[in-house]
Design a protein. Structure first.
Length: 503
């Protein structure tokens, strides 16, 4: 059996090109040229201690503070997840209400569970033509804060996995009017503020806590991130306390050095790195925009580093050469198997190609060529999604394909669920051995209260959270995804979900 290293080495030596994180795109020279084993140490004399920084680590974090226009910055070696967990725990007490954008990453929901919080959800708006969840409205934030005066903090994600940017400044203003802190999961926006082509970062727009995944869109190792704190609405000491508890007591100097090398690049070589990247990205977007059928989806407020390649078409979608439905997962497989291009993720009707300063002209040209060729094979679909019975589909293709039902749903839409209990309440009842918990097929789960998380990963946004009642619309979304081979994660048993039947 091949070891993990052997598999990684074989992949590295192949011609596969990654339009996915990490942002260094497997180019060592973007960060350093040392063998990692030669610089892997522990907290020895002269190298400081992340949990009690007084020397080089303190100075490195202060440089990151300046670069990102924050008041205080901390290195994270357990990814943005530890920043989100610490931020939410640091601004709330057990049992508090928190206003949360429903399209947040699963780590937000884990923080809600761990701190026994009562969430109030804000759903993003949905663009039916693009098949994308879009912005969180500042007015929706204001209405929710007026309706629920016990809310103690606001949590949003901007940009989203799909590149959607919300009006952070106005949302921060709405939160501050009530004396509440705003936490922004800006994990996918670590490159914001370093070129006019991209938005400013959330520190510059009034957010009180901002989390950046350095590794996602910048040249740094996977698992590296930053937590920034601003203003006087946050109990910073409490946030620091949780960082000390939740971060590893043996932080990797390789990861911390990787963050610092990235900060060095941003501090002293920003223009020489970002200017050619932006020109490369502009050319790529211009060329991809010429396609007839596969669309480059984006909204008015958008992170243009994300290439969202949509097969939703101008009507209900596209079909391939044989008349079979074109989905995001099919486009991803075509790009991978035919062109050796690995995308970041596949959603219902689109794939995401993540770009960064680590991309090359050659890589961008390969993507453009592949999409041009696939664009000629995909044709508009008039009417319903299901085309398996079409006369133009060969009999052997019909026989090999699974019969699919038509559902009146919009893939990508985040269906609303009724919150009956908080996640902690349901899970506590289950752990205590309460009656009424059972495992049922997802296709037969309507009406029950979920006792598990269920989500597509990536992006890791739960379609269901423990304590939510499962509606017909949610059930149909699950059926749509499962019949098209998308994997539902979070559930203990594939195709099933644990529910509470007494609610």
């Amino acid at each position: 059996m091949a070891t993990i290293y052997e598999k990684l080495k074989a992949y590295s030596d192949s011609d596969y090109y990654g339009f996915h994180m990490p942002g260094h795109k497997r180019k060592m020279h973007m960060s350093w040229d040392a063998d990692p084993y030669t610089v892997d140490i522990t907290e020895i004399e002269g190298f400081d201690d992340l949990h009690h920084a007084e020397g080089i680590l303190k100075e490195a974090q202060e440089r990151a503070t300046r670069i990102y226009h924050a008041d205080e910055t901390h290195f994270l070696v357990n990814g943005s997840t530890v920043g989100i967990l610490s931020a939410i725990a640091g601004v709330t007490n057990k049992g508090d209400q928190i206003l949360v954008a429903r399209n947040c990453h699963k780590s937000v929901y884990h923080a809600i569970y761990m701190n026994e919080l009562n969430p109030v959800y804000l759903y993003p708006r949905f663009d039916s033509e693009l098949q994308l969840n879009i912005e969180i409205s500042a007015e929706d934030v204001r209405r929710a804060l007026d309706r629920y005066p016990q809310i103690r903090a606001v949590m949003i994600v901007s940009p989203t996995y799909d590149g959607i940017v919300s009006d952070v400044a106005e949302i921060a203003k709405a939160a501050h009017e009530k004396g509440l802190p705003l936490i922004v999961d800006e994990a996918h926006g670590a490159h914001f503020g370093f070129h006019p082509y991209f938005p400013e970062n959330a520190n510059q727009k009034g957010a009180d806590i901002v989390i950046h995944s350095v590794h996602k869109t910048l040249p740094a190792f996977t698992q590296t991130a930053l937590l920034h704190m601003n203003g006087n609405l946050v109990n910073r000491e409490k946030v620091r306390r949780y960082l000390h508890m939740l971060q590893s007591s043996s932080p990797s100097y390789i990861l911390m050095a990787g963050i610092d090398q990235c900060m060095e690049m941003l501090d002293h070589h920003c223009e020489e790195v970002f200017d050619p990247y932006v020109e490369r990205l502009k050319r790529c977007r211009e060329e991809l925009g010429k396609c007839e059928h596969i669309r480059l989806a984006e909204t008015k407020h958008y992170d243009k580093s994300k290439l969202v390649l949509s097969v939703a078409g101008l009507t209900k979608g596209l079909v391939d050469t044989y008349g079979a439905e074109a989905t995001g997962i099919q486009l991803q497989e075509d790009l991978l198997n035919q062109y050796h291009l690995q995308m970041e993720m596949a959603a219902g009707t689109y794939v995401i190609a993540m770009t960064s300063v680590g991309d090359t002209d050659e890589g961008m040209k390969r993507l453009i060529k592949a999409i041009y060729e696939l664009d000629k094979k995909y044709k508009p679909l008039q009417g319903a999604y299901n085309t398996v019975d079409s006369d133009i589909v060969p009999e052997e293709i019909k026989k090999s394909q699974k019969k699919e039902k038509n559902y009146d749903i919009e893939p990508g839409y985040l269906p609303q669920a009724e919150v009956i209990y908080s996640p902690a309440q349901v899970i506590s009842m289950k752990d205590a051995g309460a009656d009424g918990f059972q495992v049922v097929p997802l296709t037969q789960s309507e009406g029950y209260i979920s006792a598990e998380y269920a989500y597509l990963y990536p992006p890791g946004i739960p379609m269901l959270v423990p304590g939510e009642r499962i509606t017909a619309q949610i059930r149909e979304h699950f059926q749509w995804y499962m019949e098209r081979t998308y994997e539902i994660q979070g559930v203990e048993k594939e195709g099933y979900i644990e529910v509470w039947t007494h609610g």
